[in-house]
Design a protein around this ligand. Sequence first.
Ligand code: ING
Length: 319
Amino acid sequence: MDAIVVGVAQLGPVQKSDTRAEVVGRMVALLREAAGRGCSFVVFPELALTSFFPRWVYDRGDAELEAFFEAEMPGPDTHALFQAATDLSVGFYLGYAEIAGEKRFNSSILVDRTGRIIGKYRKVHLPGHQTPDPSRLGEHLEKRYFDVGDLDFPVWETMGARIGMCICNDRRWPETYRVMGLQGVELIALGYNTPTGLGEPYQAATLAAAHNALSLRAGAYQNACWVAAAAKCGVEEGFPMIGGSMIVSPLGEVVTQAATLEDELITARCDLSMARYARTEIFNFVRHRRPEAYALITERQGAGDPVQPTRAQMGLPDA
Ligand code: ING
């Protein structure tokens, strides 16, 4: 029975004054703990190296905004993370803000146990707004600072599993998981920074943790894969973000979850054969899916007019 021991390295808040070197030091400590607990792969959060800057207003090109991005990966401050991971023979997922020529992406990388960057993903679903609005209790300006990811949702065979990636808001969209599910993904790694208390209506703020779990469990269950999700959380510069880092099984079960809003490692022995059971019966895609009935999913971006079959198609008499 093949299994991969996975760690999720949740990070507590990263303040503006926290340097990359200090954050990398925290991450290396979590890597060491993970190695000590037998992990071969560790998931770090989205935009792990800095404070969650889309909460503040900048113009693209501002020096202060550019300072949140990585011009190279690994760079001067992240070499230590790669070196520690290589020394410990632990692969990892890292979320960071990427400079790619004129483009700016909310990106993640998949690094194997030798420290080699195997894959890259660039966030497709950018939440929030392009333009600041002072009437909002708080801003979420990812559409202002990042370009839409241009790498789709790839999956790699590495470290003994088929591993795919996504980032934060992607986890709320079923298409994210299904595109990787259609590549036989066995483990989806993702990081998130999820602000709360920005004046969301109804019970949205109270339900933030529930919506996090709902999205992750549904994605794992409906695509028969493991999902390992790492939060950067706690109160950053006065703004709260949810925790709830967790590892979810292919049967949709939360097998371990963080208990704090600080740096915290959770681990699980992810049995890849568990997915095979779900894929042979309930979610045997090739036996049960009917793409010809799903055309609207790729034809439409937003909701449009309802569509109906004819009365004849429904076997009904005219009028
Ligand atoms: N953060 C949030 C997320 O999808 C958000 C944005 C917050 C959406 C609350 C809905 C409700 O978790 C990022 N970085 O995408």
